[in-house]
Design a protein around this ligand. Structure first.
Ligand code: ASP
Ligand code: MG
Length: 410
């Protein structure tokens, strides 16, 4: 017997026909003794449509975050009720549960909630009665008894957390790609599907721009030690398994994947006096404003003038805020000025074995150099190396780097 949590996203349940197809597929794959929990997102573009409706009333509907969550959570409730009906139509006992009924407890951060705890007693009870349990993704309940949504794409996180809370054997995420690739297959034609990848590598790839999984859902899997199987809604093939340690020794072992992120902007505060506390004053203000700073570089001191340049990157959406803060601090410190560039992108390589292989960085820089692409900023972690480049070169860069690491054995 296995306990399996399956998650189907919005495009997989976009119509009632598709909802019926999901029910049929789940039953086809279910052995009689298996226990099944199915987590679903809102049908098709429902969440976007709900947001659009709220915007008709108010340009910034997120000004009412509690009511926004009350609204957005209805999307998933439509899907769970219809899917549970589809199962019953097929003769399979089933029950639809909201996030709260499934015991998904979240904090009070309306519209970007975090799961604090999963207490799936009700789910267990229904499973024991032989039902397929259908749970609304993307929502939890907070200590005030209010619905909180988990951020866009949050159903993955719901599914993995529930799988963790139930100590499920696996959490299967059904999506429109058939697994995790060594690079975005829409950008690199020769990208390879991975059989397995570690939580750490997947988290790093997701953080560095790979969109296949929400980083938070990978964290959840790591926290509970639940294997996550990313696979296609449209085929029966195995996808990619995300887990603690990989069993299959894949040939291209050191670099596992290449990621890119074009949602990046660069800010340079020029001619900053070189004194203790300067970095603190810039970055503490940014952090107070909730701006996440990524790559940071401080230039070598200009001996004559005793000044430095401070350069960092932020998400494009944070640029207006970050620019205003930097200009204000710049004025206070009598810096030379602030420059911004929102036409940059970050390309990265990820691999857990990278630490003991100093040649990887050189190979990556060589690939970019040969392609005639200038590197503006470099940053590294234990399992990744990232380069900031001009955004117009991102496709060429990702292909050049991917060829360099993955074409060798071919
Ligand atoms: N329906 C929500 C969204 O569109 C959650 C999800 O799809 O995972 O973001
Ligand atoms: Mg959706």
């Amino acid at each position: 017997m296995a306990l399996i949590v399956k998650k189907f996203g919005g495009s997989s349940v976009a119509t009632t026909e598709k909802i019926m197809a999901v029910a049929e597929r789940v039953l086809r794959e279910k052995k009689p003794e298996d226990k099944m929990v199915v987590v679903v997102s809102a049908m098709g573009d429902t969440t976007d449509d709900l947001i659009a409706m709220a915007k008709e009333l108010n340009a910034d509907p997120y000004a009412f975050p509690r009511e926004m969550d009350m609204l957005l959570s209805t999307g998933e409730q439509i899907t769970i009720s219809l899917l549970a009906m589809a199962f019953q139509k097929l003769g399979q006992p089933s029950v639809a549960l909201t996030g709260a009924q499934a015991g998904i407890e979240a904090n009070h951060s309306y519209t970007k909630g975090r799961i604090l705890n999963v207490k799936p007693e009700r789910v267990k009870k229904e499973l024991a009665l032989g039902k397929v349990v259908v749970v609304a993704g993307f929502q939890g309940v907070n200590g005030s008894g209010d619905i909180v949504t988990l951020g866009r794409g949050g159903s993955d996180t719901s599914a993995v957390a529930l799988a963790g809370g139930l100590q499920a054997d696996v959490c299967e995420i059904f999506t429109d790609v058939d697994g995790v690739y060594s690079a975005d297959p829409r950008v690199v034609a020769s990208a390879k599907k991975m059989q397995e990848i570690t939580y750490n590598e997947m988290l790093e790839l997701a953080r560095l721009g790979a969109v296949v999984m929400q980083p938070r859902s990978v964290e959840m899997g790591m926290h509970y030690g639940v294997p996550i199987h990313v696979r296609s809604t449209f085929s029966q093939n195995d996808g990619t398994i995300i887990k603690e340690v990989c069993d299959v020794e894949e040939k291209e072992s050191v670099v596992r994947g290449v990621a890119h992120d074009s949602n990046v902007a660069k800010i340079a505060v020029l001619g900053v006096p070189d004194q203790p506390g300067i970095a603190y004053s810039i970055f503490s203000e940014l952090s107070k404003a909730n701006v996440d700073v990524d790559m940071i570089v401080q230039s070598v001191r200009n001996e004559e003038k005793n000044i430095i340049d401070m350069l960092f990157t932020v998400a494009k959406s944070d640029l207006p805020k970050a620019k205003a803060i930097s200009e204000e601090i710049g004025r206070q410190m009598k810096a030379g000025g602030v420059q911004v560039d929102d036409s940059v992108a970050k390309v990265s390589v990820v691999g857990a074995g990278m630490l003991g292989h100093p040649g990887i960085a050189a190979e990556m820089f060589g690939a970019l150099g040969k392609a005639g692409i200038n590197i503006e900023v470099i940053s590294t972690s234990e399992i990744s190396i990232s380069c900031l480049i001009q955004a117009e070169h991102v496709k060429t860069a990702v292909n050049a780097i991917h060829d360099c690491f993955f074409k060798k054995e071919a």
